[in-house]
Design a protein around this ligand. Structure first.
Ligand code: 5AD
Ligand code: SF4
Length: 429
């Protein structure tokens, strides 16, 4: 979502005649678009701002702006903490950034941090990286109140992009030759265009028909909004990838209740069973947090058991860090000692890596359809692409180029990458 938002900010600035610098030191305006979801993301921004302080002193005209979720909750205190900053803009006020830049040129510090639950950035065509895969934000904000999460406080209430404007954007992407479209939202499957009577399943169906030659993905889904209609839509439309990212956060109902997730672990398992019964080859991934407030050893064991039972393709795994202003920060004690959190997280990572490794090994000898994305990091003789299940595949380049869809015969695997060579079909006459 941040990458997509950076594309929106870039488009707004380019609209005013600004040009993106090749590298940081060439830039006269340095703009950080920030994430506040976990403490280590915030720490990285803090270090960057401290480092920028020296340059700011040396270069008189340098303008520094901070956008996104961190300024939205830390507000004007950012100015005294990090004197390098000239202006702040929140997730709903990116449209003000060009005028903030102009205003701070004549001195002073400015903050534009109002919430605007009508803002969907409709009509702004984001500047995208690459010409193969495109993000399309379809909803913003979150109406849930997960106890650990700062997002509802930084991104505000849910609002959806009208279906008509999503379709227009998709049509433009198709005309420009994009081969993969990822619909984005904090809770993408609670998408709702009430005027046109579209829920997320209907939107997904419409997008997949509008872009029949592109792969369609979406993220992130909340378990409570996984409907049978949505699962049937994924199964019935060939170009919707059979892949679902479904954060679980914990394997223990007691913890899910404390986290205010709105479902039990049995209900989560039922959703997974429904998905697998309708889409047998679905690739599942998840998010999981170790060491949330009050987590006991048995809750942690329940998380390990869940991972072992479900066998997700992959997982984003974190240890809990308190976020200011959240329900947990206000009402629960962050009582799991840090070494325990880290040990539990390591056990989760080790187990998941083993499972991912096993699943990847099972792919050796199969032929998978891959969308080539870019040159591989290791060798210019190889390309990197992804399967419909979102597995990274590195393969011999031959005459293929990014954007090509091809079959790859898998010959090797690590826990994160498959390797192989393009499959050639020979016809005998
Ligand atoms: N501590 C650790 N992980 C968190 N996440 C969200 N808030 C926190 C927090 N305070 C994780 C969740 C979420 C993902 C985007 O980040 O797993 O799904
Ligand atoms: Fe945060 Fe929960 Fe909303 Fe996801 S659903 S953004 S974890 S509050």
């Amino acid at each position: 979502m941040n990458q997509a938002d950076s594309g929106i900010i870039t488009a707004l600035l380019q609209g005013e005649g600004y040009v993106q610098a090749e590298q940081e030191l060439d830039a006269g305006i340095v703009l950080l678009n920030t994430c506040a979801v976990r403490e280590n993301a915030v720490e990285r921004v803090e270090h960057f701002l401290q480092r920028l302080q020296g340059r700011k002193k040396r270069e008189k005209g340098l303008i520094v702006g901070v956008a996104g979720c961190i300024p939205q909750y830390r507000k004007e205190e950012m100015f005294s903490l990090y004197p390098a900053i000239d202006f702040l803009a929140g997730p709903d006020t990116y449209r003000t950034i060009p005028s903030l830049v102009e205003q701070v040129r004549s001195g002073g510090k400015l903050a534009s941090l109002e919430f605007n639950s009508a803002e969907t950035y409709e009509g702004v065509e984001p500047v995208r990286q690459g010409a193969t895969s495109a993000f399309v934000p379809v909803m913003r904000g979150c109406n849930n109140r997960c106890a650990y999460c700062v997002v509802p406080f930084t991104r505000g209430r849910e609002r959806s992009q009208p279906v008509r404007s999503v379709i227009v954007e998709v049509q433009k992407l198709v005309a420009s030759g994009y081969r993969e479209i990822t619909l984005l939202g904090q809770n993408v499957n609670s998408y709702c265009d009430a005027d046109e009577g579209y829920d997320f399943a209907a939107l997904l169906d419409a997008v997949s028909r509008e872009a029949p030659l592109a792969r369609i993905r979406f993220t992130t889904s909340h378990p409570k909004d996984i409907s049978e209609a949505l699962v049937q839509t994924i199964a019935s439309r060939p170009n919707i990838c059979n892949a679902l990212h479904l954060p679980v956060q914990s394997g223990s109902s007691r913890m899910l209740d404390r986290m205010n997730r709105g479902h039990t672990i049995e209900e989560y398992r039922e959703k997974i069973a429904l998905i697998r019964s309708v889409i047998p080859d679905v690739a599942l991934s998840t998010d999981i947090i170790a060491g949330f407030c009050g987590e006991q050893e048995e809750d942690h064991q329940a998380s390990l058991e869940l991972l072992a039972d479900i066998r997700f393709d992959s997982a984003y795994m974190f240890f809990y860090s308190t976020r200011p202003g959240t329900l947990a920060a206000k009402t629960l004690e962050d009582d799991v000692p840090e070494p325990v959190k880290k040990r539990r997280l390591q056990e989760i990572i080790d187990l998941q890596n083993r499972i991912s490794g096993e699943l990847f090994q099972e792919a050796i000898g199969t032929v998978v359809e891959v969308l080539a994305e870019s040159e591989s990091r290791r060798s210019s003789e190889q390309l990197m692409g992804r399967t419909a299940g979102n597995r990274a595949v590195v393969f011999d380049r031959e005459n293929y180029k990014p954007g090509d869809l091809l079959n790859v015969s898998i010959t090797g695997a690590t826990s994160a990458t498959l390797t192989g060579r393009p499959e050639h079909i020979y016809f005998l006459s």
